[in-house]
Write a protein that binds this ligand. Structure first.
Ligand SMILES: [Zn+2]
Length: 377
């Protein structure tokens, strides 16, 4: 779609080789119905004081094309296509038939929450999981069945739950209704940390009476379906910077064009497969069209590259340059992966141990462990 000898599509973005091809492409995109933003005039970029010449030389995207207003709601009661605005808000009504499109909490929904008591919390602080009886949005109260549900590591039940309630006495009431014991707590539709009694972590059992659809060219698509053309894309002007020279950092540009992180520390360290053929093929297009490297040689080479994150990056980097500089930053994610494997009794590879240790020694790692222990810096 939209490709020709001067327009190359990589990861659904378009790379344009000449000003004439760009002019023709933008006209074509507008004709199809795209809205086009000139990123040279983008406020976010202007605020950061990046000169246009730098955007051009560094190969930033200079245009952004998107299909406007393709998302809509669809009411399940009357089948009408309705506005998407507010359609997923508790108690919202269909503008055609007046039926409610969504309730966040109904009888039987469960909610995991904490009391807002100005005490410092971490992710292991106690939480309650309870089943909702009803939510009175007018009075701004929520009623839970007086029963503490299991819900994972930090969710308290039994005596611990009762103790947690007693610590937060001023934030709830127990009432009786039709012989049933209910916990009543202030809870507003318009939640505000400064005045709220509780903060919800998650909730399940919503009432859905709508779906989200995409409508393009008179046809309806599901919320997650792909349209026949991209919903949005970046457009690059390659004549400012292409062809890229074979530098020790060239692999970073190639990876980023394929939407991949070039830091080896980011990836799993146990050798598991990460890069797929589809991603190497996108990178191959970039190599062929926008670098001084030989595209045919790259097509022969990539099927032999390792598919793990760190291995694939090393192989690519060495294809690009005899002495590449490959980023490998400590990553706190590696501590968590190693820790969870140890807890499950699984063996760790040598590089997982090395990376986890580097993660522990990094500043973020130290913060993470302090968090575990509930200590401030
Ligand atoms: Zn309706």
């Amino acid at each position: 779609m939209f490709e020709n000898e001067n327009v190359v599509s990589i990861m659904r973005d378009l790379y344009v080789k000449t000003p004439q091809a760009l002019e023709a492409l933008l006209a074509e995109l507008r004709r199809v119905g795209y809205e086009i933003k000139d990123l040279r005039k983008d406020e976010f970029r202007a605020d950061r004081g990046v000169p246009v010449s730098e955007m051009e030389e560094k190969g930033w995207s200079l245009w952004y094309a998107s299909l406007p207003d393709i998302r809509h709601g669809k009411c399940k009661s009357c089948g009408s296509v309705i506005s998407v605005a507010g359609v997923r808000f508790h108690g919202h009504k269909c503008e055609i038939c007046g039926e409610v499109t969504y309730y966040d909490l109904v009888d039987g929904s469960t909610m995991k929450f904490v009391f807002l008591n100005n005490r410092e919390r971490n992710f292991l602080s106690p939480k309650l999981k309870m089943r909702v009886k009803r939510w009175d949005v007018e009075q701004e109260d929520i009623y839970f069945y007086y029963e503490f549900l299991e819900g994972g590591l930090s969710v308290v039940t039994g005596n611990q739950a009762t103790a947690y309630l007693n610590e937060n006495k001023r934030l709830w009431q127990v009432i009786e209704e039709d012989g049933q014991k209910l916990l009543k707590v202030r809870y507003s539709l318009y939640w505000d940390r400064d005045t709220a009694a509780i903060e919800a972590y998650d909730s399940y059992g919503h009432y859905w009476n709508h779906s989200i659809v995409k409508i393009w060219d008179g046809k309806e698509y599901g919320e997650l379906d792909h349209l026949p053309i991209p919903e949005s894309m970046n457009i690059f002007e390659t004549w400012h910077w292409s062809p890229l020279q074979a530098t020790p950092y060239l692999h970073e540009r190639i990876l980023s064009a394929a939407g991949q992180v070039s830091d080896k520390g980011y990836y799993y360290q146990d050798g598991r497969s990460f890069f797929m053929a589809s991603e190497w093929k996108e990178m191959a297009k970039f190599v062929r069209h926008f670098t001084v490297l030989n595209g045919d040689r790259f097509d022969d080479a990539w099927p032999k590259f390792r598919s793990s994150g760190p291995g694939g990056i090393d192989d690519l980097a060495h294809f690009c340059h005899g002495n590449p500089v490959v980023e490998n930053r400590p990553n706190i994610g590696n501590i968590l992966v190693a820790a969870s494997k140890l807890i499950e009794g699984k063996p760790l590879t040598e590089s997982e141990i090395t990376e986890a240790v580097r993660g522990v020694e990094s500043e973020e790692g130290v913060d993470l462990i302090r968090g575990f222990l509930g200590k401030k810096r």
